[in-house]
Ligand binder design. Structure first.
Ligand code: GTP
Length: 236
């Protein structure tokens, strides 16, 4: 396998599948199967999942109703719901998992303890990190970068619904060209959108490569671990 330890970032919105909100069971099952396929090959897998399918956060125009900080905490709780769903789906497939939350909820999950997370990974358990960074004003992409650095992941695998990074938005521009690899500096120079700047800068400064790929295509995850050219690799 190309990488020993990976941090998989999943989008909450992608979990909706064709639904308007909530969790699509078929999509959840597909994700769990794909994750199992790399765990079975001995890859150590940590996961951060967003919460947008349940709560999308508070836009500027809504702040007179729900306070921004309050909204961010609501979003963090939404990620715990998704994490619990994914944990269950994996366990139904006999994949050992541990859920750790950045906000203590001891009845439902362990608190985030880095050394314990690493121990779980070494024992072959999938570790899901819930509640983002535990702080408002940070995205789940930033949580993914932070946790990847903390657990010394070899790569961040950012699952999206597009198959990589393009020089223009492929959903709007038919002539958009996909990059196989791109450097961190090129991403800044060309203004390519991969993650928010906080998340991206953390990866750059700590030398964590990122692979952006289509998580909705079954088999992609295993193909990446087998070293095939899938998605776009961002590296130094
Ligand atoms: P090792 O024994 O070190 O291999 O790891 P372990 O995770 O099996 O040990 P532990 O006895 O700590 O955990 C047993 C189970 O309890 C696991 O499913 C943990 O996820 C769960 N667990 C541990 N701490 C907490 C907690 O604070 N809250 C909740 N809800 N579950 C916990």
């Amino acid at each position: 396998m190309k990488y020993k330890r990976v941090l998989l970032k999943l989008s909450g919105e992608a979990l909706m599948g064709e639904k308007e909100f909530g969790i699509d069971h078929d999509r959840l099952k597909q994700y769990a199967e794909d994750i199992k396929s790399i765990v079975d090959k001995g890859t150590q897998v940590a996961i951060v999942i967003g919460g947008g399918n349940i709560f999308r956060g508070v836009g500027n125009d809504a702040e007179d109703v729900i306070d921004r900080v309050q909204g961010d905490y609501m979003g963090m709780l939404a990620t715990v719901i998704n994490s619990m769903a994914l944990q269950s789906a994996l366990e139904k497939m006999s994949v050992n998992t541990r859920l750790q939350s950045a906000i203590k909820m001891e009845e439902i999950c362990e608190p985030f303890i880095k050394r314990r997370a690493v121990r779980h990974l070494e024992k072959g358990r999938v570790v899901i990190f819930g509640a983002g960074t535990g702080n408002p004003y940070f995205t789940t992409d930033t949580a993914a970068s932070l946790r990847a650095i903390e657990i010394e992941a070899d790569v961040i695998l950012k699952g999206t619904r597009v198959d990589g990074i393009y020089n223009a938005d492929p959903e709007k521009d038919k002539n958009a060209v996909k990059y196989d690899t791109v450097t961190f500096d090129e991403v800044y120079e060309k203004g390519l959108k991969i993650m928010d700047m906080t998340a991206f800068t953390l990866c750059k400064e700590n030398n964590v490569p990122i692979i952006v790929f289509d998580m909705n295509k079954t088999g992609n995850l295993l193909n990446i671990l087998e070293g095939k050219q899938i998605g776009t690799l961002v590296e130094v």
